[in-house]
Design a protein around this ligand. Structure first.
Ligand code: UT7
Length: 329
């Protein structure tokens, strides 16, 4: 008998309306469209401008669209996992706020904080509840409102990040389609290179911490760049070797969208032709937990049932990994 697998049966994205262009950034910090485009590949990013709205509101819009698309009643959702580093509040979690706002009364939920690898961590975690037969409808949300933790006077970070959300439905599949395997990794020593200095138990918020701008993203770009290329390349290679896959067996590579140069290097080291690598960083920038589901959403019409797809991510923590799945519809 075929093993029960967790298959993605629908994907939906949501982006806030406001578009922040490189030209507008040129008026805010000492940068140029040329520098941003050549160093990162980004042209525009979406920013949540509405006061009073937060990560959960982007999640609500994406999940509502997902339910409609997959003909799912909200009461059928049993579990909702939300990957985010910019949840509505430090606590409680954003997953349960989304469930409350959409009326998912039969679901429980929790957040996963693995920065840019959050969606992969959440997808792999959620798939286990399907594979074991525990649940039949699991929603995975990847959402970040990076603009809420970005210093728009720091040119090294403000040009990179954007806000956005993607959500997928996971359901059981007994035809061999769905998530086949994942390799997830972490190295806590990476925390020194990418973090927020204050706001946690190490350094609770204070007037001094706000004045010192310690509630924004701090990133030492170069070591993160190198670790990202190495981490994603090794995770993809290990996953392909473990599953006896050759490059020609893979229909699509879906990399986390942190920097076009990182994506190109990873694709190059893994011998992936660029036409089979999903890239939408030019439109959305780095939306952290949102990048991978937003790629799947943009490419949904081109994906075919049975396509072998590899997802890969690298982020703060450090966290990284790769997931191999067979597209199910
Ligand atoms: O998503 C999770 C993980 N994050 C990542 O994967 C990001 C990894 N890192 C990167 O993508 C790149 O390191 C950055 C895009 C952040 C920076 O690019 P870089 O090519 O590594 O630049 P750099 O930090 O080495 O800086 C080179 C120069 C510096 O000037 P000097 O010291 O050489 O005079 C920076 O001050 O570029 C300068 N610079 C800028 N210039 C114009 C930095 N940001 C800007 C800017 N506009 N926005």
């Amino acid at each position: 008998m075929q093993r029960k697998l967790a298959a993605i049966t629908g994907v939906q994205g949501y982006l806030p309306e406001y578009v922040l262009t490189n030209q507008e950034l040129e008026t805010m910090v000492d940068t140029t469209d040329e520098w941003i485009l050549s160093r990162t590949g980004i042209k525009t990013r979406h920013i949540l401008k509405d006061d009073g709205l937060a990560a959960s509101d982007l999640g609500v819009e994406a999940v509502k669209g997902l339910l409609e698309k997959t003909n799912t009643k909200v009461e059928e959702i049993e579990l909702l996992i939300c990957a985010t580093v910019t949840g509505d509040r430090v606590f409680p979690d954003t997953a349960n706020t989304i469930c409350d706002k959409i009326g998912a009364k039969n679901a429980f939920g929790f957040d996963i904080n693995a920065a840019c690898s959050g969606f992969l961590y959440a997808l792999t975690t959620g798939s286990k509840f399907i594979e074991t037969g525990t649940y039949k409808k699991v929603v995975i949300v990847g959402v970040d409102v990076m603009s809420s933790i970005i210093d728009y006077t720091d040119r090294a970070t403000c040009v990179i990040f954007g806000d956005g959300c993607g959500a997928v439905m996971l359901e059981p599949n007994e035809e061999g389609l769905g998530l086949q395997d994942s390799i997830l990794r972490a190295d806590g020593n990476g925390r020194h290179y990418l973090h927020m200095k204050a706001g946690g138990s190490l350094k609770p918020p204070s007037i001094e911490s706000v004045q010192a701008k310690e509630h924004f993203v701090y990133q030492d770009g170069r070591p993160v760049f190198k670790a990202a290329v190495k981490g994603m390349t090794n995770a993809i290679k290990d996953l392909m070797e473990k599953n006896k896959l050759q490059t020609e067996d893979i229909a699509w590579l879906v990399p986390h969208q942190a920097n076009k140069r990182i994506i190109d290097s990873v694709a190059d080291f893994c011998n992936f032709p660029t036409e089979r690598v999903m890239v939408n960083i030019q439109k959305y920038g780095n939306t952290t937990s949102g990048t991978i589901p937003l790629c799947l959403w943009d490419w949904e019409k081109q994906l075919k049932k049975g396509d072998n797809v590899i997802l890969t991510a690298f982020g703060g923590g450090f966290t990284w990994g790769a997931t191999y799945l067979k597209w199910a519809y």
